[in-house]
Structure formats: C-alpha cells, structure tokens
Design a protein around this ligand. Structure first.
Ligand SMILES: *Cc1c(COP(=O)(O)O)cnc(C)c1O
Length: 358
C-alpha cells in the first residue's frame, strides 16, 4: 500500500503531554485514513492532520451503526524503542468484526504497516511514564449517504492514536461490580464477539444504573439463561480458585475474544497455574466467593491489562472478594504481562513487534 504523507500546518501543532494523560481525550497531530468503494477497493491511503470528518447527515453509520473498531497500545521500552503487543491478533479480529458486520476486510499487513508508519511519525507521543502508553484506535464506518437498510457500498477506515495514563490512578485498586438481573450485553448469534459500537451503546443504561448504586462495572450474564458469566464491563473475566486455578468462560459466540484473555491463559499455564475454560454459573460462583473457594476475580483487557474485582453486588447483597484487596495472582499476571509489553523481560512468545526509533 502506498501511503501519501500529507504535510501538517506547522502553526497548529500540539506537543505531547508529559503527565495527566487521562484516557481517550488527547490525540496526536496525525491520523491515517483510506476509503473503500466497490469500483476502486481500498484507495487514497494517507497519513495527514488529525481533523474532523465531514459526512452527510444521512450517512449509514449514524442510523444503523454499521461500524467496527479495535484497541491496542504502543509501549515505551527501556531502550527508548517502542513495542506493539500482539498487533497481528488485532488486525485479524478487525477483519473478523468486519465480516460479521457485512463490511469489506482490509489487508492485514497493510493495516499494520499503516499503524507502524503512523507511530514512527508520532513516536514522541508514546509516553515515558509508569503504566502509560499510546492507545491505538483503528475504526471503520459505513459512509453511503442514504437511509436504505442494507450493507453500505462505501466505507472509511481510519486510525487515531493518543497517549493514555495507567488505568489505576490510585494504585492497583479493585473495582466494585454490579450484577444485573434485567439487562444483557450480547446473545449467541448476535454481535457480541465483534468489536462493534452497538454492543457498547446497549450496555450504557445498565452502566449508569450500576454507577448510581456505587459500582463501577457491570458483570454480563448469558442472555438465554441469565445464568452463565460472560464478561465484566468491556473486559474478559477470570476467577481464581484456591490461589492456583485460573478459570475463564469459553468463547461460545457472545463473548469478545480478548487478546489479554488469551495471553493470560498462555502465561498462566507457563507460570505453573492450572488454567481452564469452563462455564461458570453465577449462583455457584457467588457461593464459592462466600465459602472462600474463589480467592480472586479479575477482568482482563488492553486498557487496564488486569483489573482486580473487589466485590459483586447482586440482588441487594454484597459478595466481597479477598477482603476487597488485589490478590497475588492478579499482581503476578499484571507484572508478567506488562513486563513483556514494555520490553522489560524477554519476549518468550514472539508477542511483541518492536519499532526502532531510538
Ligand atoms: C476489547 C474487549 C475486550 C478485551 O479485549 P483485549 O483484546 O484483551 O483488549 C473484552 N471484552 C469486550 C467487550 C471488548 O470490547
């Protein structure tokens, strides 16, 4: 793919922040874009100024949510170079999401090449602060300017990047999680396994309800029985039994196949834990927390890496895990994963792609 590099207006350049990164509010000076039409395929690839996109009010994505996205990060290594973590998995998943949403796939090598080029140009924006990284958000939207309900013929694919701080502002703090009996995130046969905007829109109402009750995330149960645990917030979920067995639900079609989840399963096994993918009944799970058989619960995803769960709230009862403190397995997994991501330990799995900038 030939990427045209569009010059920036030097008078409008912003400089990278050095602290208070936040999450998802700050972006670099440049973005990647390319367009799709049935006649031309993907065309006019360019890296140019980060700027608003001007679209007709009838544009398909605004009405029928035909859109997909990805989320991955670039990490500053001790030697000053930059690591991407398993980016090939994100490229593959982007195309899997595209197929599910009746959108055209992009060439995976071209897509990754565009991200690498963008990061090379914006390398000064990759933070050099503990836990901070450059968040990468590839997106594709349907751009036909018409209200007919069918797959769009034209699309825009873009990538924006911006610095993000450590997810844990006040240290590695456990999150309180609300279990709703009423709302579901995704159903087998639906779009839960695709990273598509509608899944998140559907989760906002109960998210607000949880916040009003003092919880910061929602535990999702399967939509058919309202019984099996699926995910927590926009993360996959792991349970630790007796400090040595890590269990996560199997990918049954309504769960997003997380790269962090897969990494925890691989690493966990090599670090001497028993790991398993098993259906987890919410009632058994809560009883196992009460009896102390479940010693830890944590979410896993790119943003937080590992997010310990301190308690569940279900039908006006609270279930406290490990005294509402982060446990040793969560800490262990967090350290091992972030050491590989930031290039502080040897990459035994070939998971990282290093971009030379130092
Ligand atoms: C992105 C996402 C995850 C985590 O995936 P990672 O590849 O580990 O970041 C889990 N669940 C949902 C719903 C997601 O959107």
């Amino acid at each position: 793919m030939d990427i045209k590099i569009v010059p920036l207006d030097e008078s409008k350049l912003r400089t990278p922040p050095t602290n208070n990164f936040g999450f998802g509010n700050t972006f670099t000076n440049r973005m990647f874009k390319q367009w799709y039409s049935p006649e031309k395929g993907w065309h006019d690839a360019q890296i140019g100024p980060y700027e608003p996109i001007c679209l007709d009010p009838a544009t398909a994505v605004f009405h029928y949510a035909q859109e997909i996205f990805e989320g991955t990060k670039a990490y500053r290594r001790p030697d000053g170079n930059i690591n991407l973590f398993r980016p090939w998995e994100n490229m593959k998943r982007f195309n899997n999401s595209a197929r599910r949403m009746a959108m055209p796939v992009v060439d995976e090598e071209d897509h990754l090449g565009a991200i690498v080029k963008l990061i090379e140009l914006e390398h000064e924006w990759v933070p050099n602060a503990p836990g901070a990284a450059l968040y990468i958000r590839p997106t594709m939207i349907a751009t036909d300017p018409a209200l007919g309900v069918h797959a769009s013929k034209t699309y825009l694919h873009f990538v924006i990047v911006g610095p993000v701080g450590s997810y844990f502002k006040e240290g590695f703090n456990p999150v309180p999680v609300y279990i709703s009996d009423k709302y579901r995130r995704a159903v087998k046969g639906g779009t839960g396994a695709a990273k598509t905007g509608g899944n998140y829109a559907a989760s906002l109402l109960v998210g607000e309800e949880a916040k009003a009750k003092g919880y910061s995330q929602v535990l999702w149960l399967d939509a058919i029985h309202g019984r099996y645990v699926e995910e927590v917030g926009a993360m996959n979920i792991c349970f630790v039994y007796e400090g040595k067995r890590i269990v996560t639900p199997p990918l049954t079609g309504s769960i997003l196949p997380g790269v962090t989840r897969d990494s925890v399963l691989t690493l966990g096994k090599d670090l001497g834990y028993e790991v398993a993918e098993e259906l987890i009944d919410v009632h058994e799970m809560l009883a196992d927390i009460k009896s102390g058989k479940i010693t830890e619960v944590f979410g896993c995803g790119t943003a937080a890496v590992i997010a310990p769960v301190g308690k569940f709230g279900y039908r006006d009862e609270e279930y406290i895990i490990n005294n509402n403190e982060p446990g040793p397995v969560a800490r262990h997994m967090y350290k091992e994963l972030t050491d590989i991501q930031f290039g502080r330990s040897e990459d035994r799995y070939g998971w990282t792609l290093t971009i030379q900038v130092a």
